[in-house]
Write a protein that binds this ligand. Structure first.
Ligand SMILES: O=C(O)CCC(=O)C(=O)O
Ligand SMILES: [Fe+2]
Length: 333
């Protein structure tokens, strides 16, 4: 049976440091096998989660015009993304229609606008910014603990920290809801088989810390088949991104995933998620470590790699430099 392994991160947070070797071993197994894990022992207080979900609900309930006023056009990965504006599968060089998710992004100065600053825009909603920033603080704390544990598991505690002194970090709030099913999709839809909320992709960075509703929809590719994944009660999902696959020469996996929220009685079931991408410093060099089974990638920098991926998903240029991931998607079709 397919299982997403559980990793207790508390020894790397406020738990007993004596538990670290055990956590590092469990993490290594999860990273080699599935590339996704259920993370428990993260210590996030329920108030922080309520702050996040209240902010998310308030934002996506705004009138369309208010949301569209927060579309950012300077090429940065910020602000509102209306439905059907992106195609995540193009970040892999795979052609597909546009995804129906809508999203809102905030991030750090590391990939902010050329004019300086973090480039964030904020809706005029009480407590929104506080709720989102508090969640970013929690997700960042978890990402740091994870990269320390990942370093331990590879025998070099600082390996990922060296790539992320002042990193690109983006929080994307995702909302999957469709008032009307698009006509061109309706004939194919039976209960349980949804349209593409978010196309198949790998995440771009080092590691992703994902909170999601306990509603089906997230599917991950493992051993050539797509599997539904729902977070365990109180758990966060964590997955590895392409930069980690590059560093480890695919010893650890940047797992393909997609979102197809279920259709119930002819309607898509609403689903929410918040993905925190911990992506590294733009000018950090990314090279494959000499691990026993590593299949080396050509050296690149964090910035060059992210630019190629975002050009695919946002500007619809098929990414020609993602051959290994694209081959896996095609093989599963
Ligand atoms: O909504 C989800 O569960 C996954 C979102 C995701 O994969 C992403 O934002 O990169
Ligand atoms: Fe993702």
């Amino acid at each position: 049976m397919f299982v997403v392994p559980t990793v207790d991160l508390s020894p790397y947070l406020d738990g007993d440091p004596g538990g670290r070797p055990r956590t590092a071993i469990a993490l290594d197994a999860a990273c080699r096998g599935v590339g996704f894990m259920q993370v428990v022992g993260h210590g996030i207080r329920s108030a922080a989660l309520t702050g996040l979900t209240d902010a998310l609900d308030a934002f996506f309930a705004l009138p369309e015009d208010d949301k569209r006023a927060l579309v950012v056009t300077d090429g940065t990965n910020r602000g509102y993304t209306p439905p059907r504006n992106e195609s995540l599968s193009r970040s892999l060089g795979v052609e597909q229609g546009n995804d129906f998710f809508e999203a809102f992004n905030v991030g750090t100065a590391a990939d902010g606008p050329a004019s300086g600053g973090d480039g964030n825009v904020w809706p005029d909603l009480p407590d929104f910014r506080e709720g989102v920033e508090a969640w970013v603080g929690e997700a960042r704390r978890i990402a740091r603990a994870l990269t320390t544990a990942m370093g331990d598991a590879l025998g070099d505690r600082e390996i990922f920290r060296r790539l992320a002194q002042d990193p690109v970090e983006v929080l994307r709030l995702n909302h999957y809801a469709l008032d009307d099913l698009p006509e061109d999709l309706t004939p194919d839809l039976t209960d349980g088989d949804g349209p593409t909320g978010m196309g198949e992709h790998t995440d771009y960075g080092i590691v992703t810390v994902l909170w999601a509703d306990r509603v089906a929809g997230l599917q991950i590719l493992h051993d050539g088949a797509w599997h539904d994944v729902v977070p365990d009660e109180g758990a966060l999902l964590v997955n590895l991104g392409d930069l980690t696959a590059r560093v480890t020469g695919d010893t650890w996996r940047s797992t393909l995933h997609r979102v197809r929220p279920p259709v119930e009685h002819g309607r898509v079931r609403r689903r929410r998620s918040a993905a925190f991408f911990h992506d590294g410093d733009p000018d950090a060099a990314v090279e494959t470590l000499p691990l026993p089974d590593a299949v080396p990638y050509l050296p690149t920098t964090v910035g060059e790699h992210l630019a190629a991926k975002l050009a695919g998903s946002r500007e619809r240029h098929l990414n020609p430099d993602a051959g290994r991931e694209a081959a896996r998607v095609r093989a599963a079709r």
